[in-house]
Design a protein. Sequence first.
Length: 161
Amino acid sequence: MIVAGTGHRPPKLGGYGDEVRTALSNLAVAYLTKEQPKTAISGMALGWDEAVATAAVELGIPYIAAVPFEGHDSRWPPESRRRLAWLLSKASEIHVVSDIPGNRAMQQRNEWMVDRAHKMCALWDGSWGGTFNCLQYAKKVSRPVDNLWPRWTNDLSTLLV
């Protein structure tokens, strides 16, 4: 089974701090441990995508880095770019989806992931945006989705105490 992750970026997940990043990775580890996929796919964005890739590395699950376009991280802070480079070095495969930068490449990346996955693991709060678009496409092609948002809001509430 192949599981692909789709979800929000740090601003919708509690921020960019180490505590949030660790909690996201722990959630992804718990999910992947339960599901036992043969392969994972990460869209390599900050936030949930990064957590899925990190969890795959931690668990020794091969993962495909689905990069929307070369340089998609060009505006990221140096520390985030270093983490991306490390995650890319651990990927079993890197697939760059588009030669043309922009939002269309992000959606093409999402569709590429959905088309290759047996199941989607989402971290989605119900809002509009890229995650919504990805999940709409998953629904259109009848791909099952596990949305971990309720569990995440519970985990996040313990972090903010």
